[in-house]
Write a protein that binds this ligand. Structure first.
Ligand SMILES: C[S@@+](CC[C@H](N)C(=O)[O-])C[C@H]1O[C@@H](n2cnc3c(N)ncnc32)[C@H](O)[C@@H]1O
Length: 312
């Protein structure tokens, strides 16, 4: 299997890795291994523990496993990060860097049978791992109100109610089975002048919403971030590359709450109390974004944001 994924903001990510010092790293979103490969090659890595919920990560990491004895990969969700460490040969270690590069990899989006892409015909699936619900179930079985809520909450789609109504109308005639069937229904639900003006595909937000919901992405991130502080060494870094505003706000809220700022709990992360112990220092006051030259070569990088915090 060929790796189709180009790592995003690799230079920027790597610029935060401590040079020389022997380090333990967790790459919590291995994907095609772009970050892991570059780090193992260029840094003094004692151990690199990679995690990915997608079973294809085992295949895509074979070359690294053969070459680097200090590399190991666990096929699991990063919300289990504490347990993954505890069950590994690194159970007594702490880490100097924990990396997240969120969302899907090109190895998922570009394979039509995975059902992530509105422009490639495939079954309505969208599962990153095997333990989740799938998009077919949601689109064909959830009631209209619930569907509209998911599309609004996770896609921030103004036309969520109309889209949900059209989905329910169409599925009465026959099950909505493919990504392109769904995409056509969404296209018919949104006024043409709106999506032409915005220059984005009309199905973008609804597909994002379904994907986030199917994979419980925001809860995965919240649960995992909370667990990082206990497994980091002092001065250890958390680096997060996010691709849409909902996940970026979770990261921003988590960093702000843990860095002694007077930061009120937001509606995106109401579980965080207003006053928390100061455990982190924010390194990137504003998130870093990719250079124009990277966006030109890799358009998928265009919405990326990198935030970094250090354990104190
Ligand atoms: C953008 S890709 C990472 C690409 C990687 N940095 C590279 O250079 O190839 C995101 C990866 O994270 C994985 N992922 C997303 N959410 C996850 C979760 N909750 N637990 C574990 N892996 C997850 C996806 O399966 C996907 O392979």
């Amino acid at each position: 299997m060929k790796n189709l994924h180009k790592p995003v903001m690799l230079k920027e990510v790597i610029s935060y890795i401590p040079p020389q010092k022997s380090i333990n790293i967790i790459d919590a979103t291995f994907g095609g291994g772009g970050y892991s490969r570059a780090i193992l090659k260029n840094f003094n890595v004692s151990e690199l523990l990679a995690i990915d919920r997608d079973p294809i990560s085992k295949i895509l990491s074979k070359d690294i496993s053969l070459k680097f004895k200090n590399f190991s990969l666990v096929n699991d969700k990063f919300s289990n990060i504490d347990k993954i460490v505890k069950d590994s040969r690194l159970k007594n270690k702490k880490f100097d860097v924990i990396l997240y590069d969120l969302g899907t990899s090109s190895n998922q989006i570009d394979i039509s049978k995975r059902g992530f892409s509105f422009s490639k015909e495939g079954p309505l699936n969208m599962q990153m791992g095997q333990d989740t619900r799938n998009a077919f179930e949601i689109v064909n079985k959830y009631d209209e109100k619930n569907l509209a809520k998911i599309i609004f909450d996770y896609g921030e789609e103004r036309y969520s109610r109309i889209i949900a109504k059209e989905i329910v109308k169409n599925r009465k005639i026959k099950f909505i089975e493919t990504t392109t069937e769904l995409s056509d229904i969404i296209k018919q639900s949104i006024p043409k002048k709106i999506y032409l003006k915005k220059n984005i595909h009309p199905a973008t937000k609804t597909f994002q919403a379904l994907r986030i919901y199917v994979n419980d992405e925001l809860n995965e991130l919240k649960t995992s971030l909370k667990k990082t502080i206990n497994i980091l060494n002092p001065n250890g870094l958390i680096l997060v590359v996010s691709f849409q505003s909902l996940e970026d706000r979770v990261v921003k809220d988590f960093f702000n709450h843990n860095s002694g700022k007077r930061w009120r709990s937001s509606r995106h992360y109401p579980e965080l109390p207003d006053n928390m112990a100061t455990q982190l220092k924010i390194i990137t006051k504003k998130p870093l974004v990719p250079k124009d030259s990277e966006i030109l070569i890799n358009p998928r990088s265009r919405s990326a944001k990198l935030r970094v915090a250090k354990k104190i």
